[in-house]
Design a protein around this ligand. Structure first.
Ligand code: HEM
Length: 503
């Protein structure tokens, strides 16, 4: 009997098996055509191109433009969604059980410790990446027309994500969470008009207890994720509708990034680097605009970013566990009782001024000023380009940061030894609001005077003040996080002890 040759498996045959059946064809309804027009139609019909254009400008997919920070924030949000749903299987928002449930995750639930850590570290990282994303958008002037409203949506997202992190902070029901929320909600009675009613509304009682835990839980797992999902969807859709990233409008020549793969379409007056780039003339920039197909150039980068984010958070969580202190005890005050690190910058203001000014007026003014920013800057020059391209602005950024750092450190230390509150002890409105408010306004005015000889333009003044704000915000966060010990007094970080950390 003649022995038969073993069947040969070729790539071609394998492809036929995978793609030549009904299940595959029900998912992918097209074959890959040879003409440019048909290829473009396919890219247009892909699911992902519902929020992406068929082609993107190569400037906007260059890593050194966006640093992928919005994308990373998006994937972190998705990761928090998935890990959050899994955590919900093991957690009941009942004061008698909450801490035990978290302990159970740490000790008995398989992979529970890693799951909880991924959720916690992911949430912290999201606050950081979102903040950096906002800086990137500001310093590339990507908030200008037609993207003003998307910037406003971004500011609303910023506040929503902070509230999401804050409401989640209470859920472990340990000493850290209980006292952090107690410290933070003590601001609420100072809100104008609503006063103590607002605290009652948020906590459901006069103190942090069962009603507060339930309210925070509902806000954390339903209301705020819902709001954030709507805002993020709208944010991404607006990027598409606003004509992609602002980098595509940049006027300086810049170098074209090499696309990941040969394009699906190649037309126009020819690309210089091996027909990988499509050149088109845009009426606005009056210079050749370089575009490539969204698939695979952008989509593969996005997929890689998603994988990198998930892998990094997973690996970090395998080695570093999320903290869990003793169970919440309303009778034993945690000392220092600090707000979560991303709000400790506000708490850092309280030793120096009244809660009304530091906790209500300043945060409200900051949020409103950020929202108004794109409507003040109506310029066009420099849109979609890093400020580093402009020498004057580089100096302004440096000057704004040094000025704010010096004044913030100086005032914090000065106030530590000569507290403003003692200047007019009987006149609360003077010592707690008018004097500290006047000092802040004076410092801001001096900053303006310091650059007046250079006749700064509006956008340069915005750069100066935005940078000064960021430097102050970061300095206050560092002082509050690492230099405040028991009784919230200034100490060296090594004297603070681990209980001073509010992560
Ligand atoms: C959870 C929070 C956020 C997510 C998931 C998110 C997502 C994104 C993504 C994916 C992009 C595309 C470019 C990139 O990857 O960097 C983008 C662009 C943009 N984002 Fe965000 N973002 C968030 C928060 C913010 C905030 C806080 C602001 C501003 C206050 C903001 C303002 C903008 C603007 C104006 C653009 C267009 C930028 C350009 O054209 O270059 N976003 N965002």
């Amino acid at each position: 009997v003649k022995e038969q040759d073993p069947p040969v498996v070729t790539a071609e045959k394998l492809k036929d098996v995978v793609t030549g059946n009904r299940v595959w064809r029900s998912m992918v309804r097209f074959s890959y055509p040879g003409t440019e027009k048909a290829q473009a139609q396919i890219v247009h019909g892909l699911f992902v191109t519902h929020i992406h254009p068929v082609k993107v400008n190569v400037r906007s997919i260059r890593l050194t433009y966006s640093w992928g920070l919005g994308l990373v924030s998006f994937f972190l949000f998705a990761l928090l969604f998935v890990t959050g749903v899994l955590l919900m299987f093991f957690y009941i928002p009942f004061t008698e059980r909450a801490y035990q449930d978290i302990l159970g995750l740490e000790t008995t639930v398989k992979f529970g410790r890693v799951l909880r850590s991924m959720h916690r570290w992911g949430a912290h990282l999201l606050v950081a990446t979102m903040f950096l994303h906002m800086l990137r958008v500001f310093y590339t002037r990507a908030y200008r027309s037609p993207r003003e409203f998307n910037w406003v949506i971004g500011v609303a997202l910023f506040v929503t994500i902070l509230l999401l992190s804050f409401t989640g902070y209470l859920l472990p029901w340990d000493q850290l969470s209980f006292w952090a929320v107690t410290a933070s909600t003590n601001i609420l009675p100072y809100a104008p008009f609503l006063g103590s009613k607002l605290r009652l509304l948020v906590l459901g009682a006069s103190e942090v207890g069962q009603p507060a835990l339930l309210r925070f839980y509902v806000l954390h797992v339903m209301v705020l994720p819902g709001v954030a999902t709507v805002l993020i969807s709208f944010h991404l859709w607006r990027i598409f509708k606003d004509g992609g990233l602002a980098a595509s409008e940049a006027r300086s020549p810049g170098r074209a990034a090499a696309p990941l793969a040969a394009p699906l379409v190649s037309t126009g007056n020819g690309a210089s680097d091996g027909a990988t780039v499509v050149r088109e003339r845009t009426p606005r920039a009056k210079e050749p605009r370089l575009t490539v197909h969204t698939w695979p150039n952008l989509i593969i980068l996005e997929a890689l970013a998603g994988l990198a984010v998930t892998a990094s958070v997973l690996i970090f969580s395998m080695f570093v566990s999320a903290p869990l202190r003793d169970p919440a005890n309303p009778n034993v005050t945690e000392n220092p009782s600090k707000a979560p690190w991303f709000l400790v910058n506000i708490q850092e203001l309280f030793p120096h001024m009244g809660v009304l000014l530091g906790g209500i007026v300043i945060p409200t003014v900051v949020v409103l000023a950020l929202m108004a920013l794109p409507y003040v800057d109506t310029g066009k020059q420099g849109t979609g380009e890093w400020f580093l391209l402009d020498r004057r602005e580089r100096w302004l950024v440096l000057w704004g940061a040094i000025y704010a750092l010096a004044w913030t450190l100086g005032l914090v230390f000065l106030d530590n030894y000569y507290p403003i509150r003692t200047w007019a002890p009987r006149q609360e409105i003077l010592s707690q609001t008018l004097i500290p408010g006047g000092i802040i306004a004076g410092v801001a005015f001096l900053l303006y005077l310091s650059v007046l000889p250079w006749r700064p333009r509006t956008r340069e003044l915005l750069t100066l003040y935005f940078t000064a704000f960021v430097a102050t915000y970061v300095t206050l966060t560092i002082i509050g996080s690492f230099f405040r010990g028991a009784g919230f007094v200034l100490v060296a970080p090594w004297d603070m002890g681990p209980s001073g950390l509010s992560f």
